[in-house]
Write a protein that binds this ligand. Structure first.
Ligand SMILES: [Ca+2]
Length: 425
């Protein structure tokens, strides 16, 4: 078994050679030319099922539903149902493998231009008894007059809590946290580096830690100049009590000029976040600028570099101040050359795919994209990589390991799907 495992990792590494050396070699001298043409259309997803051969397992891929609009996050309920968010601002439920055609009512107003909107969902650790759920979303300033265009609106990231009794509407809906990252209403300040619009880069991933705390990714809003300033929530990972307050043992509590909710600093747009229970590690994936997408191991109080340090290129070709190995900054475990377009991540722990134990699965949003399986060494380095499901031609937003060890994917499409992967025969 041990010999077989070593052999398989060797094969995976062989296919990875060029990319691995790019992690330690010098950065390219000049930015590659920026392609400005629109993305190619995504292929329509067939009905499946598909039987696929991957490096270490046969895969049976089936469609659970194709009836979702840009699904973003999902949560498995104790009774086997699945709650799913749709980015435009709807919460859906799948019972016994069937999508309820009626969205669950009771959500607050959601600011949803571009890639903003309703993002992630997690269940309270005591959901079975208290029925509480947490949702991240982007929110317009409360004083915004009705009918104001999104481009004229200040917005930020918020986390709401609600009770869901399994029926048609949420109750006890309240914002437990609103990020101090209001931004978007003109006149906008001048910005460097060819950064994108204020309606992008909200982050919005959630994870509950083994400590029972709520971890929240708060993106840089394409205003990277604010990220290294710890007196705001731009480009941070936050750690909250379940009522939205800051835990007393957060790293910067009581320090002048620091928001007490900050767990880590120096992020751009973190769309993946997951805890690995056996190791206690917190993993994160993050959109960087061109060629600077990252997978990070998150440690308390760390600074992950953005906007000063990146292995990518700024969109206007301006060089970064630092690339890697900068004192005081934590380098990524993995930086994608040239681009990874990472969605959510999951560490595989389950019975269905034995050889994948401890591997990092990453939902990838290139066109066409893949489910990446990254082999992780015991000390937390990437030592192998496999791309799967590229033949389906979809963009993958979310990946989760279900309680039964099967793997669920959300496609980031207008006719968005849930796919379920079980062992093939
Ligand atoms: Ca970084």
């Amino acid at each position: 078994m041990r010999i077989w495992t070593a052999l398989v990792v060797g094969v995976a590494l062989a296919s990875l050679g060029g990319a691995l050396s790019a992690q330690t070699g010098p950065a390219p001298a000049a930015a590659p030319p920026l392609q400005r043409q629109g993305p190619p259309p995504t292929a329509e997803l067939g009905d499946g099922p598909w039987e696929l051969q991957s490096q270490e397992a046969k895969l049976h891929v089936e469609v659970v539903t194709k009836g979702l609009d840009h699904p973003w996050g999902m949560a498995f309920l104790p009774d086997g149902s699945i709650l799913v968010t749709e980015r435009p601002g709807r919460l859906r439920v799948i019972r016994n493998g069937v999508l309820d055609p009626t969205p669950i009512a009771g959500l607050p107003a959601i600011y949803a231009p571009g890639i903003a909107g309703l993002t992630d969902i997690v269940l309270d650790p005591n959901f079975a008894s208290n029925r509480l759920i947490y949702l991240a979303y982007s929110k317009a300033a409360p004083d915004t007059p009705a009918g104001t265009s999104p481009a004229q609106t200040d917005a930020t990231l918020a986390v709401m809590r609600a009770k869901w009794d399994g029926g048609s509407t949420l109750t006890e809906v309240e914002d437990i946290f609103i990020a101090d990252a209001w931004y978007g209403k003109p006149p906008l300040p001048p910005k460097c580096c060819g950064q994108g619009p204020a309606s992008g880069s909200f982050g919005g991933r959630l994870a509950i830690g083994p400590d029972g705390k709520l971890y929240v990714t708060s993106g840089d809003r394409n205003f990277g100049e604010r990220v290294q300033d710890p007196s705001n929530h731009f480009g941070k990972i936050l750690r909250l009590n379940l009522d939205g307050s800051a835990p007393a043992d957060n790293p910067f509590v009581g320090r002048a000029g620091y928001k007490p909710e900050i767990w880590t600093i120096g992020h751009r747009n973190q769309l993946g976040l997951t805890f690995d229970a056996p190791t206690g590690r917190l993993w994160e994936s993050e959109f960087g600028p061109r060629g600077g997408d990252e997978v990070n191991l998150i440690t308390k109080g760390g600074n992950y570099g953005w906007i000063d340090v990146t292995q990518g290129h700024h969109y206007n070709g301006e060089p970064a101040k630092g690339i890697r190995g900068v004192t005081g900054m934590t380098d990524p475990v993995w930086a994608f050359p040239p681009s990874g377009n990472p969605g959510n991540i999951a560490i595989y722990r389950g019975s269905a795919f034995g050889p994948w134990q401890g591997d990092l699965l990453l939902a990838n949003m290139s066109r066409p994209s893949s489910l990446l399986r990254m082999v992780i060494s015991s000390d937390g380095h990437v030592i192998g990589m496999e791309r799967m499901l590229e033949n389906l031609g979809q963009r993958f937003r979310d990946v989760r390991v279900a309680p039964d060890g099967s793997v669920y994917l959300l496609t980031d499409e207008t006719a968005g799907a849930i796919l379920r992967i079980t062992p093939g025969s």
